[in-house]
Write a protein that binds this ligand. Structure first.
Ligand code: CU
Length: 158
């Protein structure tokens, strides 16, 4: 019996080690604001034991790719560049509508549903991650990360 358990652990452990190493990019999507510019949003999970900072983003899809944040000033939503986005050690950070996002300006082609945008995320000392981000122009801003099941639950409460 004991032999079986150890054999199973030997198989599982290499996978577990790699799954907890580095940065996980989850639930990413991109959408067009207009034919020339768009934004990408995602959940960043830092599996390292040190803080990691997203410093730069590159993509062939647009002439300029920037890290932006949105801030409401006097009731007007304005976007501005940010130097970096820090994901705490073993923590997560949500880049979402109305907040921090990857800004794509000078799109070579309008973002259309079903396409993907390739982004290279530069975390400095924490390395780089390449992600294929699906375009979803229909995505509802308020329900990031939640599926239909969550929405049904909400309705049941009323
Ligand atoms: Cu922006």
């Amino acid at each position: 019996m004991r032999t079986v358990v150890f054999a199973a652990m030997a198989v599982l452990m290499p996978y577990a080690a790699s799954a907890h190493d580095g940065m996980a990019v989850k639930d990413a999507y991109a959408r067009g604001a207009n034919p020339k510019s768009g934004a990408a949003f995602m959940l960043l999970e830092n599996h390292r034991k040190v803080d990691c900072t997203l410093q730069d983003v590159a993509s062939d899809a647009a002439e300029r790719v920037l890290l932006h944040t949105s801030e409401e000033t006097d009731g007007i939503m304005k976007m501005q560049s940010v130097e970096g986005i820090t994901i705490p050690a073993e923590g997560e950070y949500l880049m979402q509508r109305g907040g921090d996002h990857v800004m794509m300006m000078g799109l070579k082609a309008p973002l259309e549903d079903g396409q993907t945008v390739k982004l290279t995320l530069d975390f400095g000392d924490c390395g780089t991650e390449e992600v294929e981000v699906p375009v979803d122009n229909q995505r509802d801003a308020g329900h990031a990360g939640h599926g239909d099941a969550d929405m049904k639950d909400e309705h049941a409460d009323h």
